[in-house]
Design a protein around this ligand. Structure first.
Ligand SMILES: [Zn+2]
Length: 285
């Protein structure tokens, strides 16, 4: 099979669910712990809630141990299973993983999946037990940038210094595009620094995106809601993506919360769909 064929086979063709332009949704943060059965559950839940996404980014890990160091064969097999599942499901974008501490083996696996058309790599300092400031992480994310692969990282501020380490990583790898999931969690206020970083000459490459999965549900209708909206605008509405963090939170719960923020229609549409469409090169039909 030629490389070209494999790449085209993985183009994300969004489903043709009827949706007005301003109501289209892409869910960038879905965990399919049990593969196809989790996918069925996700779709069933969204249909029951009448809140379906045109497309979604799906990862296979997030649970215990599966993506830990010392298990590269299992990681490879799971990446392949996810890619195969995505090829059968229009709208599903596979999000693979490697363990940064595997060094050259991690770089090789990244290259292998990138050649199959994979666009997003997820790595998770907390569940995969690595330090985001480690040189092997920098080497991996730089390689991702060279391959055009976007790096999604957990940013729920579970680990000490989470936001600070991720910010430094993004500054050291200016050619890599990052998505920091959950926009810093309860430490979201940190990211207002980006408004200042943009005023410093030659410092920040504007290579950070965020998803607001789960956090939008936490902060809508809360005492810090206004600050959260202020943060979304300071990091840049065009750099914020919508996600659910299924199965912990449903798509509908996140969408309801997003609507409560009081954003303009245009801002909401950008976060729900347009920013993802541009970042991932999605083809809506
Ligand atoms: Zn998650």
């Amino acid at each position: 099979m030629t490389r070209l064929f494999r790449v085209s086979a993985l183009l994300i063709i969004l489903s043709s669910l009827p949706a007005r332009a301003e109501e289209r949704t892409f869910d960038v943060h879905v965990h399919l712990h049990q593969g196809e059965s989790s996918l069925e559950e996700y779709e069933k839940q969204a249909a029951a809630d009448k809140q379906e996404a045109l497309g979604f980014g799906a990862m296979w890990f997030g649970g215990p141990n599966m993506a830990l160091q010392g298990n590269p064969a299992a990681i490879r097999a799971n990446n392949d299973r996810l890619i195969a599942l995505a090829s059968k499901h229009p709208g599903m974008m596979p999000i693979v993983t490697v363990h940064p501490y595997e060094g050259d083996a991690a770089l090789a696996e990244l290259q292998r999946v990138a050649s199959k058309g994979v666009k997003v790599l997820k790595i998770h300092p907390h569940t995969q037990q690595f330090d985001a400031a480690d040189v092997r992480v920098l080497a991996l994310v730089r390689r991702a940038g060279e391959l055009g692969v976007i790096v999604l990282m957990d940013n729920a501020s579970i680990l000490p210094g989470d936001c600070e380490k991720l910010f430094n990583l993004a500054l050291q790898a200016p050619k890599t595009r990052f998505i920091f999931a959950h926009l810093g969690g309860m430490n979201f206020r940190f990211w207002n620094i980006l408004a200042a970083a943009r005023t410093a000459e030659n410092l920040f490459a504007n290579n950070i995106y965020f998803d607001i999965s789960a956090t939008v549900a936490m902060f809508a209708d809360s005492p810090v809601e206004d600050e959260f909206v202020w943060t979304i605008r300071n990091v840049g509405v065009d750099h914020v993506l919508f996600g659910s963090d299924f199965p912990q939170y449903s798509l509908a719960k996140n969408l309801t919360a997003l609507k409560q923020l009081g954003l303009t229609e245009e801002e909401e549409a950008a976060i729900r769909f347009e920013n993802a469409r541009k970042l991932f090169g999605l083809k809506a039909n």
